[in-house]
Design a protein around this ligand. Structure first.
Ligand code: GDP
Ligand code: IMO
Ligand code: MG
Length: 426
């Protein structure tokens, strides 16, 4: 048995989809255990590009069991659109299993997500407006609808009626349009009947796989800095993408979590609002944004860009249990004369090496940088560490030194082939 958890170590979009797809070639099972269609995971192979949102990135390999586990919030309509989109592109032989304990996202969640953002005005989070926060809030408030209830028409009718009564009161209070029971019920009943064939108790399935000594990959969504507990609250998502969240979100024992692979860009990006100490503007930011195509996979928003922040990576190492790192989008840095890496912050005249909890403090920290000479060579065809320009080798080694994490693979382009393994993980 071998398990590996893939965790975004920054603010999301680090290349988790690419790494999952790459490592999935050796895996038996791929599990998404949290988040929903707020994620956008890009995968490129054989000249084809795919953007997955809630479906696990092992879906391209007919041998792999893909699990959408209990910790996810699943938008039935969008998830089926995603699946049909894959089928239209020839991905028809797949194995998909959906947890009967996962929650569903309904149109009122999206409406509430948009409305809360509007009310917050300049304090808005910059959510993906996919209803993720309101769906997780309903789960915690025990008025969510689980897949097990969704796929039984008479149960769905009853729970939707009760829930919609509450949600419509909420919507009315906020001055928003209310939802008609029959409209939602009739439309979603069809999605439920289509989804039913994928539904099972995925915790039991995982136990079987563990007993069979399978290789299991847990594909995290978002990133540690967007974690509900350990991220830049309130500018975070509504679930936890850490290694520790995997057991509860997928129904396995904590002792089965073996290795945690952090995924990090060679620089930093963030989409949405909230503190971002190493954020930069100007020519270098534009260069990175254009070269790295730093526009949201889901919302197409331009991503905010900054230098690599090792305080963030050390925070991620500690709270997410990261013991290996994948360095992504390394090719994007070619052509920048001087590179900066943040290794500490200054806060009110004091040097600190950790991420403050309060937004009031974190929004005031000043990054302290070390500078390193960059490299001009295009590295997108490099296939070994030795082939990297010396300055790129030094940059990689410096990250290992500052984070105390071994870089086990690096990536020099979006394609599956542009992945260089330094240490076998699966
Ligand atoms: P995820 O959410 O963590 O799966 O990441 P996204 O897919 O949202 O964003 C990562 C982006 O970087 C995608 O457009 C990928 O195709 C692209 N990408 C991944 N690795 C590399 C790389 O090494 N170099 C370049 N240039 N692009 C990459
Ligand atoms: P992947 O898996 C980047 C961000 C949103 C917003 C905040 C809350 O592709 O890395 P939400 O809709 O979750 O309530 O939004 O979190 N966010 C992401 N940013 N990558 C993601 O996923 C994200 N999922 C959510 O932009 O700032
Ligand atoms: Mg993404």
């Amino acid at each position: 048995m071998k398990t590996l958890v893939i965790v975004g170590s920054q603010w999301g979009d680090e290349g988790k989809g690419k790494v999952t797809d790459f490592l999935a070639q050796k895996a038996d099972v791929v599990v998404r255990s949290q988040g929903g269609n707020n994620a956008g995971h890009t995968i490129l192979f054989n000249g084809q590009k795919f953007a997955l949102r809630s479906i696990p990135s092992g879906i391209f390999n007919p041998r792999i069991k893909n699990i959408m586990a209990n910790g996810m919030v699943i938008h039935p309509k969008q998830m089926l659109e995603e699946l049909h989109g894959l089928e239209e592109r020839g991905i028809t032989k797949y194995q998909l299993f959906i947890s009967n304990r996962a929650h569903i996202v309904l149109p009122y969640h999206e409406a509430l997500d948009g409305a809360f953002e509007q009310f917050k005005k300049d304090k808005k989070i910059g959510t993906t407006k996919r209803g993720i926060g309101p769906a997780y809030a309903d789960k915690a408030n025990r008025i969510g609808i689980r897949i097990a209830d969704f796929i039984e028409p008479c149960v769905f009718k009853e729970v939707l009626k009760q829930t919609l009564e509450i949600k419509n009161m909420e919507l009315k209070m906020l001055g928003l349009e209310q939802f008609d029971f029959d409209c939602i019920y009739n439309e979603y009943l069809e999605y439920a009947s289509e989804i039913k064939k994928y539904v099972c108790d995925t915790s039991l399935l995982l136990e079987e796989e563990i007993n069979k000594e399978s290789k299991i990959l847990f594909e995290g969504a978002q990133g540690v800095m967007l974690c509900l507990d350990h991220g830049t609250y309130p500018y975070v998502t509504s679930s936890s993408p850490t290694g520790a969240s995997v057991p509860v979100n997928s129904g396995i024992a904590p002792r089965y979590i073996q290795d945690v692979l952090g995924i990090c860009k060679a620089y930093t990006t963030r989409v949405g609002e909230g503190p971002f100490p190493t954020e930069i503007d100007g020519d270098i930011a534009t260069y990175i944004r254009e070269k790295g195509h730093e526009y949201g996979t889901v919302t197409k928003r331009p991503r905010r860009v900054g230098y690599l922040d090792c305080v963030v990576l050390n925070h991620a190492r500690r709270v997410a249990g990261i013991n290996h790192m994948a360095l992504m989008l390394f090719d994007v840095l070619s052509g920048i004369e001087n590179l900066k890496i943040c290794y500490a912050y200054e806060l009110d005249g004091k040097i600190i090496h950790s991420v403050p909890a309060s937004e009031y403090e974190y929004s005031r920290v000043k990054p302290i940088y070390l500078e390193m000479p960059g490299w001009q060579e295009d590295i997108s065809n490099v296939r070994s560490f030795e082939d990297l320009p010396v300055n790129a080798q030094n940059y990689l080694k410096k990250i290992e030194e500052l984070t105390h994490i071994k870089i086990s693979l690096f990536s020099v382009g979006p394609d599956r082939n542009q992945t260089i393994v330094l240490e076998e993980l699966l």
